[in-house]
Every structure is written in C-alpha cells, then in structure tokens.
Ligand binder design. Structure first.
Ligand SMILES: *[C@@H]1O[C@H](CO)[C@@H](O)[C@H](O)[C@H]1NC(C)=O
Ligand SMILES: *[C@@H]1O[C@H](CO)[C@@H](O)[C@H](O)[C@H]1NC(C)=O
Length: 206
C-alpha cells in the first residue's frame, strides 16, 4: 500500500503521542486478566479473602504513633484489586510527619478525636484542615501530606483507604536525612550549615 511520507510521519507522531500518554498515566495498579490472584494453584476458600489483622485497632490510649496496615503484604488477596487500608493511632500531640504515597490517593476518616491534616500541591500551596470525628479528607495521589493530633488531652484514631494494594510510603524527613546523602549537599540544599544538618540527622536516629 502506498502511503505518502507526510501521512506516515503524522501516523508515527500520533502513535508516539498515544504511547507517551499511556505510559504517563500508568501510576496506578495494573489491571489483571483474572478474577483475582492467588499465590499458588491450590484451592482457596473465603478465608483467603478475609483479613482480621485490624480487629484490635481501636485503642483510645495508644503509647506511640502507630500505623497498622492492611496492604498486599499483610493481606495477599488485595494483589491486583487496587485497594488497601491503614489504621492510624495518634497519642496526644503526635504527628505523622510529611510523607507521600507514590501509587495512591488516600481517603482518611477520623473515627475518634480530632486531627489537623494537610497536603502541599505541586505549586507549593498548603491545603490544611482540622477534622472532627466522622470527617473525611482526601490526600491526592503522590502529594506530600501530614496529620497532627493537636489535642494534648485525647488520642485520635483515623482509618485510611488507598487506591492501590501497595500505595508505598516515602517519609520526607527519613528519605532526605537518613539515607546517606552527603551533608554538604543537604546543607546547600537547605541553605544552612553542616552542623545544623547533622543535628537533624542525629534527632532522626533516636
Ligand atoms: C497456597 O496458598 C494458600 C493461601 O494463601 C495457603 O494457605 C497455602 O498454604 C499455600 N500452599 C502452598 C503449597 O504454598
Ligand atoms: C492551617 O495551618 C496554619 C499554619 O500554617 C494554622 O494557623 C491554621 O490554624 C491551620 N488551619 C486549620 C484549619 O487547621
């Protein structure tokens, strides 16, 4: 078949665009070609789709900030289903430091106490809110966010749903200050001196 070169280059360009779009929108769990994914070929029953690891999550007196996850690692049936949960327990005045989940948006609901939450968009605009019991807040996919229990008299408990079986976690303080990036690079990046960087690093080790 005869195709004029201008037509074929237009076709190539269109193909390249389609490929570019399909690769850039691939920041979600892949679709699966089976109803569900099992770790082996032996027969399974309803217990494979059941997880009780969060049954004791309601603790009105947590000692430390704690995240209890029900993701693919803890609950293998989630593999391929693009969903997971986490329970967050905040003692009085506890913070969940700025972090991101590279593969999922997070939909948080406060079930006990109050929580101050916020995220920062790619224009460095802060969106923060104080949530009461029953309030929900969505942290858009991949954006840096935090939660803080400003209440010094009462714990807070929240449940978060994720649009990925393995949302991933990247803690800003840990990834920047505990991974061995050269102190001089950090000092320059934060427009400060090496002793200040080392002080932060030491604090994060404890
Ligand atoms: C197959 O997977 C099921 C469900 O996780 C598990 O209970 C069983 O022990 C596994 N069997 C083998 C042979 O790995
Ligand atoms: C948002 O954060 C600012 C400080 O940056 C604080 O003064 C304000 O009270 C917060 N708003 C809510 C609703 O928590």
């Amino acid at each position: 078949m005869f195709i004029k070169s201008s037509t074929s280059s237009t076709l190539l360009l269109a193909l390249a665009l389609v490929l570019a779009i399909s690769t850039t929108t691939r920041a979600n769990d892949p679709d699966i070609l089976t109803d569900f994914i099992t770790p082996n070929t032996s027969s399974i029953d309803a217990s494979f789709f059941t997880y009780s690891g969060l049954s004791a999550f309601f603790n009105p007196n947590p000692k430390n900030f704690r995240v209890i996850k029900a993701s693919m690692a803890e609950f293998p049936a989630l593999n391929g289903q693009s969903v997971s949960y986490a329970v967050l327990q905040f003692p009085q005045a506890a913070v969940n430091p700025p972090h991101t989940h590279p593969r999922a948006a997070e939909l948080l609901i406060v079930i006990f106490g109050t929580l101050e939450v916020g995220f920062i968009d790619t224009k460095n605009v802060l969106f923060n809110q104080t949530l009461q019991e029953g309030d929900m807040f969505v942290f858009p996919k991949g954006l840096v966010h935090f939660q803080y229990n400003r209440n010094h008299n009462q714990a807070a408990i929240a449940v978060s749903a994720f649009g990925s079986a393995n949302a991933g976690l990247l803690s800003v303080p840990k990834s920047v200050f505990t991974t061995g990036i050269d102190d001089n690079i950090l000092a320059k990046s934060f427009k400060t001196d090496v002793p200040t960087v080392q002080k932060i690093e030491l604090g994060l080790k404890n």
